[in-house]
Design a protein around this ligand. Sequence first.
Ligand code: F6P
Length: 550
Amino acid sequence: MNNEGRTRLNRLPEWAALGKHREQLGETRLRDLFAADAERGTGYALRVGDLYLDYSKHLVTDETLTLLRELAAVTGVAELRDAMFRGEKINITEDRAVLHTALRAPRGAVIDVDGENVVPGVHAVLDQMGAFSDKVRAGEWTGHTGKPIKNIVNIGIGGSDLGPAMAYEVLRSYTQRDLTFRFVSNVDGADLHEAVRDLDPAETLFIVASKTFTTIETITNATSARNWLLTGLRADQDAVAKHFVALSTNAEKVEEFGIDTANMFEFWDWVGGRYSYDSAIGLSLMIAIGPERFREMLDGFHLVDEHFRTAPPEENAPLLLGLLGVWYGAFFDAQSHAVLPYSHYLSKFTAYLQQLDMESNGKSVDREGNRVDWQTGPVVWGTPGTNGQHAYYQLIHQGTKVIPADFIGFARPVDDLLPGLVAQHDLLMANFFAQTQALAFGKTPDEVREEGVPEELVPHKTFQGNHPTTTILADALTPSVLGQLIALYEHKVFVQGAVWNIDSFDQWGVELGKVLAKRIEPVLTEGEGGEHLDSSTAGLVSAYRTLRGR
Ligand code: F6P
């Protein structure tokens, strides 16, 4: 899309109108907004698929929402969205289409990239993954010595790790429990060591997941894993074929590594790493939950894709969530965004979203290369809710920072929970509802006094409230619901990138560190080539070498 001539975001009249509106809102309290509208709780809510989304506890009025939607209209969010779905090359700095939505398109769909319909290829790979997964799950994929595979170790990093690792955890109750799954990402040898130390190589399958197949952490770990395997089996290179498969876009590099391309599951350059776990990158997950459940998850993604593509702005959930983030970043100086799931199974969910959001929207130049002078992506953070309540919630309740937060909870516990533990679910969910209530409405000094609190403690026990939250409630944590949630966040991130006029699909910021690490490594090992280091790094390197006895 050509954006030349686009008026800078903060010079738009729609932006100015929002600024003026923010001033008019002044110190308006959520208590006042709820008092003025008895239906607010249900009126400011949306249903998307299985997700019930309550946004009533946000510092917004009907006018705010109208102004935000006007901003979305004038910044071309819908046009960019349509261009994405059509397969146009909206990732301008890499000249690539952005088509993770094609990964969950139904079999008969037609989506062209450079004149070729990509959907049949997507389903061919899904079928290939399905056949392979079924074999492993049935114990029919045997290793070099003839023993069935029982352990699956995914080696990847970033998008080639966080997605499958997160989703495996989320859908644990759907997994085939007699298989063991491990996820190795860190180039710190301790990661691979802990993952394989109790495994029998004869029963272990390594899935090397790397879009580029050049990522140094992954290739290093995969090489070490191959050495561990061949040493453990006392076998030669021939054993690799039964114990290594690759997920990649780069057949040449896969072959160079020594993995037969017959054991490669392909994806494409129009799938960004952080948008890839519903591609071949999800193979470990598919082995864990089975092809059918995997497809249910894809259907969940697709449902929200269609919602985002077709729902009118007033009912469009990703649009709304994206705009709320723009509102707080620009007009409340919110620097961060907390994601607080009330499900133990979502323990890695926020870490996954960190890459999705921060690698996408952590940008400071616009699509034309000019520095932006408005806030872009927030710091995303959080852990499962009840644990957070006893750690950092204090700061959200009574600190000085504006921290919009998402609360995610489920009506039913997972199906296979021990019967004695089911009753705990209501307590979990009571906390879930209580927290957003406390954050929104707080406790006034008078309410504190009514409890007989001594005057000098009243300020300490007062809660200002007015902390904005979104509540997302679903019936149960199913594969489809997981797909729906991830697509919701993917498109929310998209909306924000479109409004901020940044390229949400590149990640040049991670390159410099990689280049410097390559230069520093020989200085650590050989002590050579450090002449150009700055004095701080040179001092640290020298201290390191001394400690290592070099
Ligand atoms: O360095 C960042 C990054 O490129 C991510 O965007 C990506 O998900 C990760 O590295 C891993 O890349 P690959 O799948 O090519 O190994």
